[in-house]
Design a binder for this molecule. Structure first.
Ligand code: GLC
Length: 617
């Protein structure tokens, strides 16, 4: 072999190596999604019943109000809604303290009103998901009263303990240092039973004892009861709090607070995420699947609430033996890790962190807010971010979950100390309640610009109405030529296209301020491409084809058309956009569409090099 041939081979080898580098490192491979079940394709919506719509003028939302507004849900394109609790409750934690798991809170209506709501939802093709609160009942629940009085069979329905001897001759000290979620000891002395009971939330929310098989069976029967009433699934509340350390060991300080009564003060290694929890979730999955087998119908869907580390959250989907659990372990990453100071790279990291834990055959979900958190627009810096975050939540393949009001850009309202109702706020002080109260995200839904935002015909509301209701309301935004509501509707419409159900997709940061999502499908040369670009900065940013192509292992025609534009954009649907020269305005968000010209650039490059090797060898 002559030295010239050897030299040529070396060059060719180096080029081939470079090609593979480009395909594997510089350009990320697109991920694949393929879904078929009803819920995997759906937009979900959360209703907080107390604040959605009041039908009888008492200033409190109710079931008839929800029924009246179902056509609105239909009109915005969501396919399913989940209801925060509507069960009978003394309202210490606004419905999460349940005194009868099988009946409706009279302020909200009757069981017949529930049946009417379900029938109307069926008519409109909307699925109804109930909140299931397994960790605790109200202290006014019949089981608790029986347990407190040591009625035979009920003694161990809750977690009881004598406590530790202390200075007080009449009453022991609490068994350990555990604290409740709203501040203060997690143990309360019962003068009747002369023992402490555990309450990880409010003292009126005693923890049920899941080490008692009777409790396990009772709660399964609660699921069956609502399945018989036709519900389409459950959102499972505070699921990682179900079990506690059976030795009741003290929890170590976390170093995150100086106040020993605050939940952040401790590392919750003995009260949350106990290994038994996921087994319980798999058992509930089995109840729902068995119900489907016996009664037919569509998959009953399970959504679970657990603010745990991602490796733990992943186990809610399934275990190593593929035993199935939650369809949607809620993905709170966008809530936990994005805020108004986030950069585009933070968006990518946070989104990839979730995509990386979703097991094969399962689907991602995207939650932007709920009744326990500050509203997404406020967290991200203001109403101008509403469309951009909707573009993220609704452009990402998988299930989107919208909290009521996000679609019209509702923001937090700073409720005064006097008006504060949430125990998480009330159990603090007038100086720091705003840090903890969840009321700002729970103010009444804003329907129109009439008095009380059309939420009620009465003169008072249980929480004050946000004064921005004059423009941030459904009626105004339906009539406006462009609005958050219209943007939301267009985004959700796009999700009905096939490209949402079988697609290749990827996310990228274009510099500091532009975040992008690409979505396409196979065969690549025929498939449309959707490119979502949001500029999260208050300044114009130039985007070029080079920057986009270097982030995704895909290239496409630079001439695209606007499919959806944020309210902040001067562009409209159908406008042409050239990626060769695209200046995004401050806080502009666009969903762009291109026709069929799609090539896997890096793959093509690799192929070309391999072909060259072949020719030159
Ligand atoms: C969940 C609910 C929250 C409630 C708590 C106790 O986190 O979302 O509102 O206070 O559980 O049930």
């Amino acid at each position: 072999m002559t030295p010239a041939v050897v030299g040529r081979r070396r060059v060719v080898f180096l080029l081939a190596l470079l090609g593979f580098q480009l395909s594997g490192v510089v350009c990320e491979e697109l991920r694949k999604l393929s879904v078929s079940d009803w819920w995997e394709k759906s937009g979900f919506y959360q209703i907080y019943p107390r604040s959605f719509k009041d039908s009888n003028g008492d200033g409190i939302g109710d079931l008839k109000g929800i029924t009246q507004k179902l056509p609105y849900l239909k009109s915005i394109g969501v396919k399913a809604f989940w209801l925060s609790p509507i069960y009978k409750s003394p309202m210490a934690d606004f419905g999460y303290d349940i005194s009868d798991f099988r009946d409706i809170q009279p302020e909200y209506g009757t069981l017949q009103d529930f049946k009417d709501l379900k029938a109307e939802a069926n008519k409109l093709g909307l699925k109804l998901i109930m909140d299931f609160v397994p960790n605790h009942s109200s202290d006014e629940h019949e089981w608790f009263q029986k347990s407190e009085n040591r009625v035979a069979g009920y003694e161990d329905y809750y977690v009881w303990h004598d406590g530790k001897p202390g200075d007080d001759p009449n009453q022991n000290d609490p068994p350990n240092n555990w604290v409740e979620a709203f501040r203060g000891s997690a143990w309360r002395w019962s003068n009747i039973r002369k023992q402490y009971y555990l309450h990880q939330f409010h003292y009126k929310q005693p923890d049920l004892n899941y080490r008692n098989s009777k409790v396990v069976e009772e709660m399964k029967n609660v699921l069956r009861y609502w399945l018989d009433l036709g519900v389409d699934g459950f959102r499972i509340d505070a699921v990682n709090w179900l079990f506690e350390d059976s030795q009741l060991r003290d929890e170590p300080p976390s170093g995150e607070s100086d106040d020993p009564l605050r939940p952040e003060y401790l590392s919750h290694i003995y009260t949350r995420d106990m290994p038994e929890t996921t087994d319980m979730v798999y058992q509930w999955r089995a109840v729902m699947d068995e119900y489907k087998q016996q009664h037919g119908g569509d998959t009953r869907v399970m959504m679970t609430e657990s603010w745990s580390n991602l490796d733990i959250v992943a186990t809610y989907y399934e275990d190593v033996n593929k035993r199935q659990g939650s369809n949607m372990p809620f993905n709170f990453q966008l809530i936990l890790h994005l805020n108004k100071n986030s950069k585009a790279s933070n968006f990518k990291t946070v989104i990839d962190s979730w995509l990386n834990i979703v097991p094969d055959q399962h689907v991602a979900n995207w939650v932007l807010g709920n009744h326990d958190q500050r509203r997404v627009a406020s967290r991200m810096g203001g109403e101008h971010m509403a469309d951009l975050m909707a573009m993220v939540g609704l452009s990402l393949p998988g299930v989107s979950v919208t909290y009521q009001g996000e679609e019209i850009g509702m923001t937090d309202y700073e409720v005064s100390w006097e008006d504060t109702k949430d125990p998480a706020g009330c159990q603090t002080s007038p100086t720091d309640y705003q840090k903890y109260s969840r009321d700002p995200a729970r103010t009444p839904f804003q329907w129109d610009n009439s008095s009380k935002a059309g939420f009620t015909s009465g003169s008072t509301t249980w929480l004050p109405v946000n004064p921005n209701y004059l423009t941030v309301n459904v009626d105004y935004q339906e009539k406006a030529s462009n609005s958050h509501l219209k943007v939301f509707k267009k985004l959700i419409e796009l999700r009905d296209e096939d490209i949402f159900h079988d697609c290749l997709y990827g996310v990228m940061a274009v510099g500091d301020n532009v975040f992008g999502i690409v979505r396409t499908t196979t065969p690549l040369h025929e498939a449309p491409v959707y490119l979502t670009l949001i500029n999260i900065a208050n300044q114009a940013v130039n985007v070029t084809t080079q920057t986009i192509y270097s982030g995704f292992s895909v290239s496409f025609t630079s001439d695209m058309k606007v499919a959806v534009a944020s309210v902040s954009s001067k562009r409209s649907e159908g406008n042409s956009v050239s990626l060769n020269n695209l200046e995004l305005q401050p806080y502009e968000g666009l969903v762009l569409r291109a026709g069929a010209a799609v090539l896997m650039l890096s793959k093509l490059l690799s192929l070309l090099l391999v072909f060259t090797v072949f020719l030159l060898w």
